[in-house]
Design a protein around this ligand. Structure first.
Ligand code: NZQ
Ligand code: ZN
Length: 387
């Protein structure tokens, strides 16, 4: 087991109607709030009105229209400007991972005198950030419990995971009933994203019985509960279990003491959604089985056998390579069964920019140090196999 230093300072407040604690929580941080949200889903579900009513004694400034795959310009820049102009005390992010991620970049930018891109691109280390409180409305990213935000910059095709312990939300409200209205497409994509967060930690050199069991249970929970949520969007227990399983995704708790895998699937997918603005979870689901096939070898087969036997109940007495291949097939079939388009062409990506994207990934993502190292040619092969 590897050494680690682990601290998650985020307070999770979980369950039906927990939002009633919002005024008391916000009071701890000050009176001036930047309320951030996306394209309007929070208005449709009545959450916007509820938040405004609960916070009627606060000064609220609003940044709306944060895009899926949130953009540096205009969203981050506008938010930073509003915080500085109004001397905001705290950010309240209400929405999915994109709203949270954007709010994290704003929180750091608001306390920095220069161009916020200096921070996101790691040229300068942030010294401070505004506190963030969030109400997450979509189970997927785990942004509500981690220190990262992913920001896109259109003109350079960059999509950067900006991580800094200063960006942990101070408080996250998780009420599964707010996820009842999440569309089938986003429910499935959220499931695929969270499964990938686990797989990125599972497929590594050095793990433990404890972590493997935790992650295998997480994968099974996501697959079973996603189907329940798709069949009955208002199944509280299924939405609740999905929400919590997703929340653990990226904050390291699934793999304390494991060796690092380098998160190759995310490294590759971020290029797909940077170049083509596709849904992150769908991009991941498409490339996952192709990556698995690409990295399967005598050296890696045992990990796939464990995955196949423990997650998909494949007969352990079969030949090792057969188990591994069947596990990859089951992974593909599961994503297909929740109606994820399983070819890049179906989400509008063709051959034309594959080499350019592979080059971008090879230069920026450090995947030559992944669990199974990937060079530019490996990356373009995986993209081509996904077409
Ligand atoms: O914009 P609104 O109107 O709010 O609609 C959103 C959006 O269209 C909608 N939605 C959210 N909650 C809803 C709802 N619709 C109905 N009912 C609700 N309760 O869903 C759409 C997608 O929202 P988005 O926030 O983009 O989805 P998600 O939570 O999957 O976030 C995706 C972003 O997170 C990044 C991804 O790269 C992508 O940019 N990631 C962030 C991570 C992190 N911070 O740790 C890790 C992930 O690996 C991921 O990279
Ligand atoms: Zn992800």
């Amino acid at each position: 087991m590897q050494n680690f230093d682990y601290h998650t300072p985020t307070r999770l407040i979980f369950g039906k109607d927990v939002i009633k604690e919002l005024p008391e929580v916000m009071n701890q941080f000050g009176k001036k709030i930047l309320l951030t949200y996306g394209g309007g889903s929070i208005k449709k579900i009545g959450l916007y009105d509820k938040v405004k009513e609960l916070l009627k004694d606060f000064d609220i400034y609003e940044l709306s229209g944060i895009e899926p795959n949130p953009k540096y310009d205009p969203s981050v820049l506008d938010g930073v400007k509003m915080c500085k102009e109004n001397d905001v005390d705290v950010i309240l992010a209400v929405g999915g991972g994109s709203v949270l991620d954007c709010s994290k970049a704003i929180a750091a930018g608001a306390k920095y005198d220069g161009d916020p891109w200096d921070l996101i691109s790691y040229q300068v280390k942030a010294k401070d950030a505004l506190p963030i409180v969030d109400i997450i409305t979509l189970a997927a990213t785990g942004s509500e419990y981690d220190a990262g935000g992913v920001i896109s910059r259109t003109e350079t095709n960059d999509k950067i995971g900006y991580v800094d312990p200063l960006l942990f939300p101070a408080v996250s409200f998780l009420d599964p009933t707010y996820t009842f209205t999440v569309s089938k497409k986003q429910t499935a994509a959220g499931c695929a994203d969270a499964m990938n967060h686990i797989m990125e930690q599972y497929f590594c050199e050095d793990s433990t019985l404890l972590n493997d069991g935790f992650m295998e249970a997480g994968l099974k929970s996501l697959m079973i509960n996603a189907k329940k949520c798709l069949d009955n969007p208002e199944d509280y227990n299924a939405r609740a279990e999905m929400m919590l399983t997703c929340t653990y995704g990226c904050n390291g708790i699934y793999s304390l003491g494991n060796s690092q895998s380098g998160w190759p699937l995310h490294g590759m997918e971020h290029a797909l959604s940077a170049y083509y603005d596709i849904t992150h979870g769908e991009g991941l689901a498409i490339i996952t089985p192709r990556w698995m096939k690409h990295v399967l070898s005598e050296k890696t087969v045992d990990r796939f056998v464990k995955y196949g036997v423990n997650v998909f109940n494949i007969d352990p007495s079969l030949d090792k390579m057969d188990i591994a291949n069947k596990a990859i097939e089951e992974t593909y079939k599961f994503f297909e069964s929740i109606n994820i388009p399983m070819h890049l062409r179906e989400v509008g990506i063709d051959e034309s920019r594959i080499d350019e994207m592979a080059h971008h990934v090879a230069i920026n993502e450090g995947l030559d140090e992944a669990w199974v190292p990937l060079q530019e040619k490996d990356i373009s092969d995986i993209f081509r196999a996904s077409l």
